[in-house]
Design a protein. Structure first.
Length: 132
């Protein structure tokens, strides 16, 4: 469509703290924007939370996968993500740090703790595919 940017409704309460979070999320997405644009949804049978603690959705392309882990209660949750897709590193997009990965029955497996942050975004693949 050629659309660019984003809009914020003027009537909603949107303060400096909201702007900071909006900026952090945007920065996380920029490194995987090229994957998001060319990706397809990960089918439910290829990705799951083995602990049943959180919602897990993702998209994947030849260049890697982007996985969102979220749960919006106030309780601390520990999700165990299993992904039968791209092999490689798992990178926490908020910090840029690698996440410890295990393999289980041929699937990548990693944990995601949700406490004060109720949604976490991860990249799976070759870290050289992340854009700076």
């Amino acid at each position: 469509s050629g659309a660019k940017g984003f809009g914020i409704w003027g009537w909603c309460p949107f303060d400096a703290a909201d702007m900071a979070v909006f900026s952090e999320v945007t920065a996380s997405l920029l490194s995987v924007e090229h994957i998001i644009v060319n990706a397809a949804p990960i089918p439910p049978g290829k990705i799951r939370d083995a602990a049943g603690a959180a919602f897990v959705k993702g998209i994947e392309s030849e260049e890697g996968a982007v996985i969102l882990v979220s749960e919006y209660s106030t309780a601390t949750k520990e999700a165990i993500i299993e992904y039968e897709g791209n092999r490689g590193s798992v990178i926490d997009l908020a910090t840029g740090n690698p996440v410890a990965v295990r393999t289980k029955n041929g699937a990548l497996s990693f944990s995601a703790r949700l406490d004060t942050e109720r949604a976490r975004l991860f990249f799976v693949g070759d870290p050289s595919k992340l854009r700076k």
